[in-house]
Ligand binder design. Sequence first.
Ligand SMILES: *Cc1c(COP(=O)(O)O)cnc(C)c1O
Length: 392
Amino acid sequence: MTHSRILLSPPHMSGREQHYIQEAFETNWIAPLGPNVDAFEREVADYVGTRGAAALSSGTAAIHVALQLLGVGSGDVVFCSSMTFIASANPIVYQGAAPVFIDSEPESWNMSPAALERAFAEAKAEQRLPKAVIVVNLYGQSAKMNELTEICGRYGVPVVEDAAESLGTTYEGRPSGTFGRFGIFSFNGNKIITTSGGGMLVSDDPEALNRARFLATQARDAAPHYQHSVIGHNYRMSNLLAGVGRAQLEVLDSRVDARRAVFGRYQEALGREEGLRFMPELAGTRSNRWLTTLTFQGEGAAAKVHGVLNRLAEENIEARPLWKPLHLQPVFAGVKFYPHSDGVCVSEELFESGLCLPSGSSMSQSEQERVIEVVRRTLNESAGSLPSLRSV
Ligand SMILES: *Cc1c(COP(=O)(O)O)cnc(C)c1O
């Protein structure tokens, strides 16, 4: 029997995207930049409540420019969450700086304030404070921003909030992405809203954002000829894609509601399965529940992850393990890492015992029932003894 494929997090268009694209075609404002870019920047800034925003070609580009604005360069150190997509940390290396990875804590799965505190104490003793700290909000869940920004503030080190996965989330009522000196969002195809590819840098510092736009357009000095005094990038968003983004932003709140409803149905159907726990929601926050994620508890957890992922794949359903922590990535072998506490490495435990279920906002109830049925059936079989993901 062939079922149609269920994807992890496919794009979900509103229908209004064509309107903005049409407008761009009619005015021949295909490039460069243009009114959709200006409007999209203003609309995102208004939505999250920052003084401004700069539309860029990707979330990765936004992190890269943020680090450049903070003066991160060769020989510098940057602290970064370990449990994340590699795009969070790659720009550290682009700038010739050295990453140091910080573990997660169990309540949010995000950066552990205790581990960060130890990393700072050691860095201070070695007189090698980081130039910046990149705090990631996983799967729509805000990190413990009060604790983390307090620690960073005490050491005078700026925060870049990687909110690529948490647009639409709030922490104590305040929009995710607005807690650091800079925040970044991604509009990659799998995110909660998409421009097919794109990103946004947000900040309360309009001058820094102007500098970001300058750096993102090849750092052209104000001269009639082409003159350059620093090295820049080709990182701006196109006017067509910004049009897609404007239409997507109009439906962001309903996309958050839809993803939360997907989570709610999974929890309702599977929440009583023994040894299965959904990602908690940090007190005082409202997650966009970008992806529904869960962990298995106890002995056979890794085998259960494998069993469920294999069975879902057989049924033409896309699911994934949780992010493999960056301190375990071959490319970052030997990089310094601070665990949550002595002998407790939360990110490794999560990686070995957890997975992401299909969570698209356009997912139908019957599609979701198919996923639930496969998970339930697999759990009720003996999962067998499969190798853990770490050895892969
Ligand atoms: C998607 C993502 C990024 C990168 O965004 P792109 O737009 O794909 O470059 C960065 N960090 C996290 C946590 C992400 O999930």
